[in-house]
Design a protein around this ligand. Structure first.
Ligand SMILES: C[S@@+](CC[C@H](N)C(=O)[O-])C[C@H]1O[C@@H](n2cnc3c(N)ncnc32)[C@H](O)[C@@H]1O
Length: 451
């Protein structure tokens, strides 16, 4: 990897993409220091002496029954209703369960930027609604990979956060300081400004820096204050503090209600022209200037269920046993760049809007992956597609390519296909089903993927 002398971005060399993608072949594993740091905070907060020499199990069982039962009951009830959440007594539970669940989601949008040489070697980030620092930790972990693979480069990350709750600022401070302690020598990490304030219409941006990355994760959800009502207004202010070549990453929960809210805000903000969508929804046949659609398109991160979650699972919290974490995201920029360029050579492909005229025929298709449906204990994979030529707001309008997982491995696609990748499918048969249109992949078919 080299660094562009003019814009400071990391430029991938011949084997760098393969090397970065290889990290996505395997499940994410939470580093041990993160889980120990979570336990350390809970020890210190509850006035229990923390002995760094203790093994993980010893640390876990050193927490009093009273503290543990409160965490367990809070994880069960915290986001139970669609009411606005009051974190008053929930900080420990959020730290214990949600921090880990939210660390690695940012890797997908970071990969989207990295493959087009848009990530800076020296990064200044602003995380809004930081909570316990989940997103900065995820970014640091991503950069650690880069730093280890490129020992000749010196990387740095400066982090500013905005957070309404003082206790979360303390937790984020603790977690980010710990991550800096367990770092590689060629990656500097600094938590610089901790802005303890509610971000609303009255927020004063003049005192802020300008940023390479502005992130918000689980910030505009139905549970968080009035952020949804103000979503477009908040986003429309951010170009003021975003560098000309910077990106805004929005990550939201993987359910349909929050996904629709995220897309409603996306549709409004792109209409205003303040920001453009970089990924995952980009037009295949023409540049998409505005968005009217609102389909449900969850993506997911694969991980090895960490020990704190396994522990909660044993205590009856079923969601703690999940091996895939669904989420939705948008990456915005202000420079018009998109993850993929429009395809010029269109004549050999059928647009998705025209597929219904091709039942029974063998055709070629180029489209972005909207989402992937993978059934447990099944070898089949359904890849939902979108090329921007039609909308998928109803289940009956879905267009999916159905194939065996072995087929993907046989053609050399060994990373998980999750969302936002561009697929080229050749020689696929168009079929009609009760859920819309299906593209049948056979041994004569060819498939290519762009990450
Ligand atoms: C669901 S948590 C998400 C935490 C973290 N980003 C994550 O994904 O794990 C939402 C956080 O945003 C903070 N928050 C919500 N609305 C806010 C606002 N308008 N201004 C500042 N902080 C806010 C909450 O206090 C909480 O810490």
């Amino acid at each position: 990897m080299i660094v562009d002398k003019i814009d400071g971005c990391l430029v991938l060399q011949e084997f760098d993409l393969v090397s970065t993608l290889s990290e996505f072949k395997y499940n994410r594993t939470t580093p041990e220091y993160i889980e120990r740091s979570i336990l350390k905070y809970i020890y210190l907060k509850n006035h229990i002496t923390f002995n760094a020499e203790y093994g993980f199990e010893e640390l876990l069982f050193g927490i009093s029954d009273e503290v543990l039962s409160k965490i367990i009951s809070d994880v069960k009830t915290m986001f139970f209703s669609s009411e606005r959440i009051n974190y008053n007594s929930f900080h420990d539970a959020y730290l214990f369960y949600y921090l880990e669940a939210n660390i690695f989601k940012v890797w997908k949008p970071l990969l989207d930027l990295h493959i087009n040489n848009l990530l800076k070697k020296d990064l200044i980030i602003l995380d809004i609604g930081a909570g316990p620092g989940s997103v900065p930790l995820g970014i640091v972990e991503f950069y650690k990979l880069l730093a280890v693979k490129n020992p000749g480069l010196q990387f740095s990350i400066i982090i500013d956060i905005i957070e309404a709750e003082e206790t979360f600022i303390d937790i984020a401070n603790h977690m980010i300081s710990e991550t800096a302690r367990f770092n590689t020598s060629n990656l500097g990490v600094k938590l610089r400004n901790k802005v303890h304030q509610v971000l609303d219409e009255k927020f004063e941006y003049n005192s802020m820096d300008t940023y390479d990355l502005i992130t918000m994760s689980n910030f505009m959800t139905i549970n968080e204050r009035d952020n949804i009502k103000r979503g477009t207004a908040i986003l429309s202010q951010l170009p003021r503090i975003l560098k000309e070549d910077g990106s805004i990453i929005i990550i939201e929960p993987g359910d349909s209600v929050n996904g629709q809210l995220m897309k409603t805000i996306r549709n409004e903000i792109t209409d205003s022209g303040d920001l453009n969508v970089y990924s995952p929804c980009s037009g295949v046949w023409e540049k998409k200037e505005s968005y009217k659609c609102n389909c449900y398109s969850p993506t997911r991160t694969y991980w090895n269920v960490p020990r704190l979650h396994k522990f909660l699972f044993k205590k009856g919290i079923r969601k703690a046993g999940r091996e895939q974490l669904p989420f939705q995201y948008v990456v915005y920029r202000r420079d018009g760049l998109t993850k993929y360029n429009e395809v010029v050579n269109q004549q050999y492909y059928v647009k998705l809007k025209d597929l219904r005229q091709c039942f029974g025929k063998s055709i070629n298709v180029k489209a972005n992956v909207r989402s992937v449906i993978e059934r447990k204990n099944s070898h089949q994979l359904a890849i939902l597609l979108c090329d921007g030529s039609c909308t998928f707001d109803k289940q009956e309008s879905e267009i999916k390519a159905v194939m065996n997982k072995d087929f993907l491995t046989a053609v050399g696609i060994t990373c998980h296909v999750i969302a936002g990748e561009r697929l080229t499918l050749k020689n696929v048969i168009v079929k009609s089903t009760k859920y819309g249109v299906e593209l049948e992949v056979s041994n004569d078919s060819k498939i290519d993927i762009e990450y």
